[in-house]
Design a protein around this ligand. Structure first.
Ligand code: PLP
Length: 386
């Protein structure tokens, strides 16, 4: 098909030309005396992105899922109790991983379209001092729901509860505010292919000193993802095995871009772009978001409910085949009921207008009665005035 594909799934996101070019490198010796300069620059850069001075960032050749596992296996032992909440496909999968790894999972099932059930977390934690870790999905990509990590920290602090705070930042890091130190996070998990504007292939983890110390007593089996091995090599600027060199050079460039824009400006841009998309959905098309109220709205992904008589998968298929536009699918319980627009990473208003225009045409083709041009008008009005 002529013209470019418009990629608006909520990850992988568009890789900026600068980052693409930075990854075209000759292979080099990852044990050379020059190599630590790269490693150290990356780890420092990740501290900036995670807003931490005390914690230890790790880079694995994996995707985000690998670091879910690394967070758990380096801190916990079989039978340890963890508190989780499921309200979308990714919070569900992390919870399932805990079960597979032999943890004792206390899970609170929530309605999809809501997020962390703060009151129920408070009750569960107050009743049980043996909970070793609390898992929070900061941004549930499947439903476009953001939860308040700081509020979970406050609950733990009020109760003086010793549980570790684990946070999935896969679709929030470098897009929305995430203060590792200030929010008292113990393990944060992410991946390269979303806010960091890279291809998939790097799993990122950030560990507090408290979480890291637990590797000495944690009994869950681990080998490839053993933080001890990684730390021993990282301390000298190396990796315990062959690193994904091209991606590391891409990461160096993406961190540079984020620093040039400034983290707070990156967050502000994501918030502004997201609000424009929401105006298109709610005011223009007069459709509903999966996120049930403003409290849960995500600045990186909007999950748009389609009317009951339409299958969301048809809208996605039409958008792709006819307009070369990639929209995110409804996952699991939400299959067929919604489509998603990812608005994260390297993008601006006019990029997003393409997604809004294409989604609007595909919806009309599939029999959804949206007013032609209404999405663009609502988003454009917001962006022109804010
Ligand atoms: N967590 C969230 C919130 C995600 O959106 C994803 C993937 O989209 C994952 C975890 C899994 O990450 P990965 O696909 O990089 O393994």
């Amino acid at each position: 098909m002529a013209g470019r594909n418009f990629l608006f799934v909520p990850g992988p996101t568009n890789v900026p030309d600068r980052v693409q070019r930075a990854m075209i490198v000759s292979m080099e010796d990852h044990r050379s005396p020059d190599f630590p300069a790269l490693t150290n620059e990356l780890l420092d850069g990740l501290r900036y992105i995670w807003q931490t001075e005390e914690a230890f960032p790790f880079v694995f050749p994996s995707s985000g899922t690998g670091c879910w596992e690394a967070a758990i296996t380096n801190t916990l032992s079989p039978g340890d109790r963890v508190l989780t909440a499921t309200f979308g496909q990714f919070s569900h999968l992390w919870t399932e991983m805990c079960k597979k790894l032999g943890l004792d999972v206390v899970n609170i099932e929530c309605e999809w379209g809501t997020g962390i059930p703060y009151d129920q977390f408070q009750t569960a934690l107050a009743a049980d001092a043996s909970i070793k870790a609390v898992l929070v999905c900061h941004n549930e990509t499947a439903t476009g729901v953001t939860s308040d990590v700081q509020r979970v920290r406050e609950i733990l602090d009020q109760l003086n509860h010793p549980a570790l705070l684990f946070v999935d930042t896969v679709s929030s890091l470098a897009c929305m505010d995430f203060k590792f130190d200030d929010w008292g996070v113990d393990m944060a998990v992410s991946g390269s292919q979303k806010g960091l504007m890279l291809p998939a292939g790097l799993g990122l983890l950030c560990a507090s000193p408290k979480a890291l110390a637990m590797r000495h007593t944690a009994q869950l089996k681990r080998s490839y993802f053993d933080l001890d091995d990684m730390l021993k090599s990282n301390n000298f600027g190396y990796f315990p095995y062959t690193p994904a060199l091209s991606l590391l050079y891409g990461l160096k460039e993406s961190i540079k871009m984020i620093k040039e824009e400034g983290l707070s400006n990156v967050f502000e841009r994501h918030a502004r772009l997201a609000e424009g998309v929401r105006r298109a959905v709610l005011h223009g098309w007069q459709l509903k978001l999966c996120a049930q109220s403003r409290e849960w709205y995500s600045n990186t992904v909007s999950a748009i409910m389609v009317p009951d008589h339409v299958n969301g998968a048809d809208v996605i298929s039409r958008a792709y085949k006819r307009y070369n536009l990639s929209l995110g699918a409804g996952l699991n319980k939400m299959s067929g009921r919604l489509f998603r627009i990812g608005h994260l990473g390297d993008l601006n208003e006019v990029h997003l207008m393409a997604a809004i225009a294409g989604a609007e045409m595909a919806m009309q083709d599939c029999g959804i009665n949206v007013e032609p041009g209404s999405g663009m008008a609502a988003a454009g009005y917001y962006w022109r005035h804010n």
